[in-house]
Design a protein around this ligand. Sequence first.
Ligand code: GDP
Length: 362
Amino acid sequence: GFNCGIVGLPNVGKSTLFNALTKSGIGAENFPFCTIEPNAGVVAMPDPRLNKLAEIVKPEKVVATTMEFVDIAGLVEGASKGEGLGNQFLANIRQTDAIAHVVRCFEDDNVIHVANKIDPASDIEIINTELALADLETVEKAIKRVQRVAKSGDKEAKAQLEIFETLLPVLNEGKPVRSMNLDKEKMALIRELCLLTVKPTMYIANVSEDGFESNPHLDTVNKIAESENAVVVPICNKIEAEISELEDDEKSMFLDEMGMDEPGLDRVIRGGYRLLDLQTYFTAGVKEVRAWTVRVGATAPQAAGVIHTDFERGFIRAEVVSYDDFVKYNGEAGAKDAGKWRLEGKEYIVQDGDVIHFRFNV
Ligand code: GDP
């Protein structure tokens, strides 16, 4: 599975968001450092297509695909030097696939801000600087190591050395490597460094109830994100916390009242998914209708491998109907009659929404 680490300064609303996401009920205290151990929660991916498929197939069971969120301990200035819970923070964040960086854009005199004022640009800079400093240390070490190998004439080491050196000035400025727009080849050369500032990042702008429009704090976050290839999801964590407490029927009433189509959390979950370049395919049997996650660009055997490694190894063919055709022709039989059922081979690139039945040898 894929995971997304929730980071941010203390008291910006990380735990509130995490709790709403997982309803796991860990404490959101008005106290810096309250989240000490990383807390992981698995969240179902909201996807209305799954229900639509279930209406047609009427299976015994419906299973959504998931995304894991990890609430990572609060970061303070100086973390890269081991201040606060710094080292632990950096170690935890290294293990995530993507970063959700919560930024406080709400005013509330009752909630202490670590720097005593709401200033998203400065908050973002504090965190990004710590991440950049940590990466700087990693890159400097790597340069020393690669230099020795490059001296002996190793081509790959030479190429690595060259690219590693271009990272230094960027990181020295406290900027993320993400903002450099490195091409695929260069990304491959730096992959082994597991840099923190190349991880796909979304800023979660935690706004007040009426803070979605004409909010200068939100504008600031948008501008910063644009300059460094990150995305922004504005959300009011406080409302999300309330919504997550409601039963399903109350939920839709509440959303209607608030003029919302869906909980903002759904945008966060989907944001994480898009950030990681993930997509969904379905299996639709009478026992189970189920959504599965694969990377965009995955081949049919790779997609089969998500279900079971044996499926990938023994892959023969994939029977495929697109989601739209499956719905339009009311299931596989109808799609087949309409000529919309395809038999695809090893090279097939799976498309978002494909309804697939794998044929394989065991
Ligand atoms: P963390 O330290 O970043 O995990 O922050 P918490 O989630 O523990 O939140 C800190 C405090 O801010 C708590 O008292 C929350 O109730 C409050 N809080 C979180 N989100 C919001 C919000 O959107 N609006 C307001 N007014 N308060 C919030």
